[in-house]
Write a protein that binds this ligand. Structure first.
Ligand SMILES: C[S@@+](CC[C@H](N)C(=O)[O-])C[C@H]1O[C@@H](n2cnc3c(N)ncnc32)[C@H](O)[C@@H]1O
Length: 300
């Protein structure tokens, strides 16, 4: 198994390489990607004047949604490891339009608590399974919540219920240069939390109580524009950095390769419906903080 420091460095480098694609497609990610977090946003049920943390906020779309719900007397704090994405988030959602919004560049795994803590609640869309040391990251979240504070998050289930993720990689890879290493075993990656028992174990070890996981099936719906859909999925996925440095002919072949694999999800003249399988995860920060802080491996 790869050690945590190597995984952490690999993750930071990956997001630095991926950031340009996420920034370029930020509006599409907010609109088309909304179902990825909707169940957690509903469960979060942010109320006026609450202080809420958004972990792995990317280009800030969900933080802005939370900021609108908590209003000027509340706070919506987005944290992300990637500086370019946080800069984009600040530009997209300025404090004069979203008074309670703040963004911090930080690795959630290595913070003691998030600046602005304690929070009433934490939200996270599609980030927890990407952490090199998920127990450490979840502990930071738990320590940043007030007693009784709540967590609502979404993560992917397995690859079989999220076929567009594999399509975006398999269709593009033959036409591009080297891609990042594929995750092995429990290493961070889109499907690292496919097993809900692991998710419960990690959150419990991190000191959360009342952990629940609920299966949620949604579809990402896009207009019928094969090229645009393929490019979006390539650029926000593992092939994104290689795609951006490929010559135009390689990029066109990559888009065509992905579009071919996505064909079964397309209704001509209508658009794409990309099936997506998630876990909605909820938990509570009530209870005695863990003092001995066991590692996940020790309780398996
Ligand atoms: C799959 S993206 C999701 C972004 C956003 N939540 C969304 O749904 O559009 C994962 C995000 O988590 C961030 N991230 C990854 N590891 C992190 C860490 N250790 N600490 C903070 N942010 C991290 C990445 O930079 C990236 O923006």
């Amino acid at each position: 198994m790869t050690d945590t420091a190597t995984l952490r460095a690999r993750g930071a480098a990956f997001w630095a390489g991926a950031a340009a694609g996420w920034i370029r497609h930020a509006d599409r990610q907010d609109e088309t990607g909304r179902p990825l977090g909707a169940a957690a946003m509903d469960r979060l049920a942010a109320r006026p004047a609450e202080r809420i943390l958004d972990v792995g906020c990317g280009c800030g779309g969900t933080t802005a949604e939370i900021a609108a719900a908590v209003g000027g007397t509340g706070a919506a704090i987005g944290v992300d490891i990637d500086e370019a994405m946080v800069t984009a988030a600040r530009r997209r959602f300025p404090t004069d339009r979203y008074p309670g919004i703040r963004f911090h560049v930080a690795d959630i795994e290595t913070l003691d608590v998030v600046p602005g803590a304690p929070f009433d609640a934490a939200f996270s869309r599609m980030t927890l399974m990407l952490l090199a040391d998920p127990v450490a990251g979840c502990r930071t979240i738990r320590r940043s919540l007030r007693p009784g504070g709540r967590l609502a998050a979404t993560v992917f289930r397995d690859s079989g219920v999220n076929p567009w993720l594999s399509a975006a990689m398999l269709g593009a890879a033959p036409h591009l240069g080297p891609l990042p290493p594929l995750p092995v075993g429990d290493e961070p990656g889109p499907f690292a939390f496919a097993d809900p028992a692991r998710l419960v174990r990690i959150l419990t070890t991190a000191g959360f109580t009342a952990v629940t996981t609920t299966q949620v099936d949604v579809a990402l719906e896009t207009p019928d524009d094969a090229d645009a859909v393929a490019e979006w999925l390539i650029e926000v996925g593992p092939a994104g950095a290689a795609y951006r440095t490929a010559p135009p002919a390689g990029q066109a072949s990559a888009r065509a390769g992905v579009a071919r694999l996505l064909g079964r999800f397309r209704e001509p003249g209508v658009g794409y419906r990309l099936p997506t399988g998630l876990w909605l995860v909820t938990a509570n920060a009530a209870g005695t903080p863990t003092h001995h802080e066991p590692r996940e491996e020790k309780i398996q």
